[in-house]
Design a protein around this ligand. Structure first.
Ligand code: SAH
Ligand code: MG
Length: 198
């Protein structure tokens, strides 16, 4: 297991795949244990690094993870097999915005870590699948320190992306339904819970 994790970190570095930072994944694992999370939905598997580590954080947690890129999906499947987590990690090869989950499906934790420009759409689509008392965690809210400084970015594509993350942060801050805490951990994380459940 430990070797596989190191292998995945090296692969991600080599191929430029943005897996979670170490303190970010440590936060998620602690969160799962502390809140007795049994089911996780992850949007954006990449090669399965965060899915496998989340699944390993407690004996009875199961992770469903969605990936739309075929190469990453195949690599993710391979890694899940390597650690014999086929019963713990269910990898779904589809665009998360096109997937239709069965009505009534519920997750204790929804982890958003896919296309940054789509964060609000993921949130709005998947909040209906959050179990009572559950949380939605979002990654990369600092986006390498660019968030909050979009007006100084010269590249148009990067500026548009960072602006979308800034808008998502505003969306969370002003959300009537969810209360969100922001954490300066890893590349910036948020934890959102339903207000009427506090
Ligand atoms: N959670 C992973 C890293 C994910 S990187 C980890 O920390 O180990 C983001 C991934 O999201 C990429 O592999 C990308 O292909 C995928 N992705 C982006 N948009 C998506 C979408 N709409 N549906 C499914 N996967 C998506
Ligand atoms: Mg991320």
């Amino acid at each position: 297991m430990k070797n596989l994790i190191i292998e995945m970190e090296e692969y991600a570095k080599e191929k430029n795949i943005p897996i979670m930072e170490k303190d970010g994944i440590a936060f998620l694992m602690k969160f799962i244990k502390a809140n007795n999370v049994k089911s996780v939905l992850e949007i954006g598997s990449a090669i399965g690094y965060s899915a496998i580590l989340m699944a390993s954080s407690s004996p009875d947690v199961k992770v469903t993870t969605i990936e739309r890129d075929e190469t990453n999906y195949m690599e993710c499947l391979k890694n899940v097999k390597k650690c014999s987590f086929e019963q713990k990690v269910n990898v779904v090869f589809q665009d998360a915005l096109e997937l239709n989950l069965a009505e009534g499906t519920q997750f204790d934790l929804i982890f958003i870590d896919a296309a940054k420009g789509q964060y609000k759409n993921f949130f709005e689509k998947y909040k209906y699948f959050l179990a009572p008392g559950g949380a939605i965690i979002t990654d990369n809210l600092k986006f390498h320190g660019y968030v909050g400084k979009s007006d100084t970015i010269e590249s148009k594509n990067l500026r548009q992306l960072v602006t979308k993350i800034e808008n998502y942060v505003e969306f969370l801050k002003s959300n009537e339904e969810f209360e969100t805490h922001f954490y300066d951990i890893g590349d910036g994380l948020s934890v959102s819970v339903r207000k009427n459940e506090k």
